[in-house]
Design a protein around this ligand. Structure first.
Ligand code: GRG
Length: 321
């Protein structure tokens, strides 16, 4: 498979014109739908049903994995690959691995020893259906198999070994103690404590932001991005991740459980500091929009192939789910 090398070029006025035309023509709902179908098809193949001795484990993994959700992290990975001119197949396995890791974090986050939730993605949580032991193992299975899928799929796609190694290293860093798991610990320790805005941002940059950055940068790296492009995409993803989290905090306050498919108003109930509780609802909304704009500015040197990424920054803050 070709693995194009490209660099960031300053946008010409012709590029700018084509970006505007593209933005007008871009059908985001359709793009999201089509990408979700592609990802779900590939997820179903990647974690196939099994009636063997571990059938119950696989059933639990698939129960949460195939329960819907926005599929935003894998969609970002594919959009980032596309933005640097890479072929979708280069990042498809990686995209699915991201969704498996995200799903593992949700299954574990819902456990009684963590957030103790009964509802996720509109269904009873994993441990409510399969019991705690199987839910823990289903999460472990999703996390570990994600790395297996990443290696297998990128090798089959002919990605250079060093690019695969760099992608694995960045993903492991984003998920582990320096990233998502570390952020979860900060979150647990902060329950009932007042936080400053800076402390809240630090917590979320790890808990939520790190996986967004890995989604975008990994997808772009597999698509052939150079280091200048990766740096800009890192800025894009960090701003987008924070904007997404602020919007999540706002939705938790403003939407009902039945609408979200997960328990709402839970941050307040658990005594968690959130953007609305620290800086107020209006400032939170304004900050989320500023961050989405900042994310788009980081893409200024990219051509019209980055249109999906631009639209996704808007989606992250305008969504109602
Ligand atoms: C390692 C146990 C463990 C947890 C890591 C990510 C995480 C920390 C916990 C999940 C709970 C949570 C509310 C995290 C904040 C990030 C977030 C808003 C997750 C929900 O993501 P969406 O909205 O969910 O993309 P869907 O269902 O659409 O995929």
């Amino acid at each position: 498979m070709p693995h194009p090398k490209s660099s960031v070029e300053p946008a010409s006025s012709a590029d700018e014109a084509s970006v505007i035309i593209n933005a007008m023509a871009f059908d985001l709902p359709r793009y999201l739908r089509e990408r979700a179908v592609l990802i779900e098809h590939h997820l179903a193949i990647s974690v196939p049903e099994s009636d063997g001795p571990t059938g119950r484990l696989i059933e639990a993994m698939r129960y949460s994995l195939m329960a819907g959700g926005k599929r935003l992290r894998p969609i970002l990975a594919l959009a980032a690959c596309e933005a640097v001119g890479g072929p979708t197949e280069a990042a498809l396995g990686y995209a699915c691995a991201l969704e498996m890791i995200h799903t593992y974090s949700l299954v574990h986050d819902d456990l009684p020893c963590m957030d103790d939730d009964d509802l996720r993605r509109g269904r009873p949580t994993n441990h409510k259906v399969f019991g705690e032991a199987i839910a823990v193992l289903a999460g472990d299975g999703l996390l570990t198999d994600a790395f297996g899928l990443l290696v297998g799929s990128t090798q089959s796609a002919g990605i250079p070994a060093q690019v695969i190694i760099d992608t694995i290293a960045e993903l492991a860093h984003a998920c582990g103690s320096a990233g998502m798991v570390g952020g979860q610990v900060l979150d647990l320790l902060a329950e009932g404590q007042p936080l400053t805005q800076q402390e809240l941002e630090h917590l979320h940059s790890k808990k939520t932001g790190a996986l967004f950055v890995a989604s975008v940068c990994g997808g772009a790296r597999l698509g052939g991005a150079g280091s200048a492009q990766l740096q800009l995409l890192r800025d894009y993803a960090a701003a987008l991740g924070l904007a997404f989290q602020i919007t999540d905090d706002l939705l938790d306050v403003e939407q009902a459980t039945e609408h979200l498919g997960k328990r709402s108003h839970k941050d307040l109930q658990r005594g968690k500091a959130t953007y609305p509780s620290v800086i107020g609802i209006e400032r939170s909304r304004a900050l989320a929009h500023e961050l989405a704009q900042h994310a788009c500015q980081a893409l200024a040197g990219f051509d019209s192939r980055a249109e999906a990424l631009r639209m996704l920054a808007g989606f992250a803050v305008e969504r109602n789910l």
